[in-house]
Design a protein around this ligand. Structure first.
Ligand code: LLP
Length: 426
């Protein structure tokens, strides 16, 4: 982040405005929301999510699924259901949340490299639209469950295309050496397709691949399509699910390629490989729908100035509500919602309240020198893989999640309290 006055508007959701230094979301002051709901708090711009999903739907004649691992709660599942998109779930828990919100099971795509028999039974019983088969063991498990249920289960077969997307090692998934799916190069994918197509209880719908997450170089998707082309030609799937992974800007200077460019890239690669429009394309982004929709608002507790060394700004959350900086070294920016126009002229390290030195949210944040204990501090772009990966480390209660749009602010997930910290205990 370069020194400058305001936080870059490209990192903020569509409903955010700044007037006389105060930050508003759909006309409500962020400070008022912090007052009403407490801090830390995840503030989601529901209208932003809707707009992003609509933009993705309009970008091409493809089917759009939301990868719910990025963030899921019932309120969000209801929004996705209203928007008519599919939903990718990767566990029985995600499936349960979606269904309990009334999400249409026929639009659910059930992922996972190690679905338990109980999860498979749950999915089949609820009428999940598509299972994504990930292993030989799963093929026979699903076959048995489908046979018992007397229902032919529509499936996709997950293929690892051997494409290394340029992203963090932990979120790379398309390469040969992966726990996910059937490898193309070894012939495992071919063999799995043979098994599935000859099965009485599995209805072969198509092929799935996902090459990774936070991808900025669209060329990686061309490589994915190129890698899959021979298999597609040989097996005539009805559906080709090319995964998610579109990159999102977290700090100024980064720019998402956007849904239109992603669609153009994919369809050009499909056309070049002679893959016709009779094969439906599905994509399943998570991050790009929700990341920029939310900011986390904290309160500054202590400021420790070590002359000539560093200034530590401690906030009332940390690695328990945002583990991404610790896990992946991910960068974020910060700003003061009540002094959004103040010159940002000091470098400080924003840390959480957890009992370890690694609990860093932003190593070199640029903040106004006027920052004081008691100020509100916001980190934008925390809507994806923030709350969904939050923990109770140090028995710190998880923050509330609120949704804001033109109709006002509402609580989507209440904040945990100390009683919740012993709720599961005998
Ligand atoms: N489809 C599959 C099969 C996936 O595994 C994923 C993400 C997605 C779709 C959605 O990818 P997205 O569009 O959100 O990039 N916790 C990490 C990200 C892990 C992604 C796992 N799979 C992070 O915070 O960066």
């Amino acid at each position: 982040m370069g020194a400058g006055t305001r936080v870059s508007p490209t990192l903020l959701s569509r409903g955010v405005s700044i007037r006389e230094g105060r930050t508003y979301i759909h006309g409500i002051a962020v400070a008022d929301l912090a007052e009403e709901f407490g801090t830390p708090v995840f503030i989601y711009d529901a209208a932003h999510i809707r707009a992003e999903v609509e933009a993705a739907k309009e970008a091409a004649d493809w089917q759009v699924a939301y990868a719910s691992k990025a963030f899921l709660c019932r309120e969000l599942a209801r929004i996705m259901d209203e928007l008519g998109v599919h939903m990718d779930v990767a566990s029985g828990g995600e499936l349960y949340v979606a269904l309990s919100a009334g999400f249409d099971p026929s639009r659910i795509v059930f992922h996972g490299n190690n679905k338990s028999v109980a999860e498979i039974e749950f999915g089949v019983a609820k009428g999940v639209g598509l299972f994504v088969l990930d292993s030989v063991a799963e093929i026979s498990r699903l076959e048995k469950v489908a046979e018992t249920a007397g229902r032919r289960q529509p499936v996709l077969v997950r293929v690892t295309p051997g494409v290394e997307a340029h992203t963090h090692e932990y979120v790379m998934t398309g390469q040969e050496d992966s726990k996910f799916g059937f490898s193309l190069a070894s012939g495992a994918a071919e063999a799995a397709l043979g098994m599935v197509k000859s099965s009485r209880w599995l209805d072969f719908v198509g092929i799935h691949a996902h090459i990774g997450s936070q991808i900025f170089l669209l060329d990686s998707y061309t490589k994915e399509v190129d890698a899959l082309a021979t298999l597609v030609e040989a097996h005539s799937p009805r559906l080709l699910n090319l995964g998610g992974g579109l990159g999102v800007a977290y700090v100024s200077g980064e720019e998402t390629p956007g849904f239109d460019a992603w669609a153009s890239q994919l369809y050009a690669a499909l056309a070049r490989n002679g893959i016709g429009r009779d094969i439906r394309v599905m994509v399943e982004p998570g991050r790009s729908f929700v990341a920029q929709a939310a900011m986390t608002v904290y309160r500054v507790g202590t400021v420790k100035r070590l002359e000539g060394l560093r200034t530590y700004v401690s906030v009332d959350g940390g690695m328990s509500d945002n583990p991404r900086p610790v896990l992946y070294g991910s960068g974020y920016e910060a700003f003061l919602p009540e002094a959004a126009d103040a010159e940002r002229d000091q470098v400080a390290t924003i840390v959480g309240k957890h009992c370890e030195s690694g609990d860093i949210l932003i190593r070199d944040a640029i903040l106004p020198a006027s920052l004081e204990e008691g100020d509100l501090l916001a980190t934008p772009v925390t809507g994806a893989y923030g709350y969904s990966m939050a923990s109770n480390y140090n028995r710190v209660p998880r923050p509330p999640v609120i949704f804001v749009d033109e109709s006002g602010a509402r609580l989507a997930i209440r904040g945990e309290n100390f009683e919740d910290m012993v709720r599961l205990e005998a």
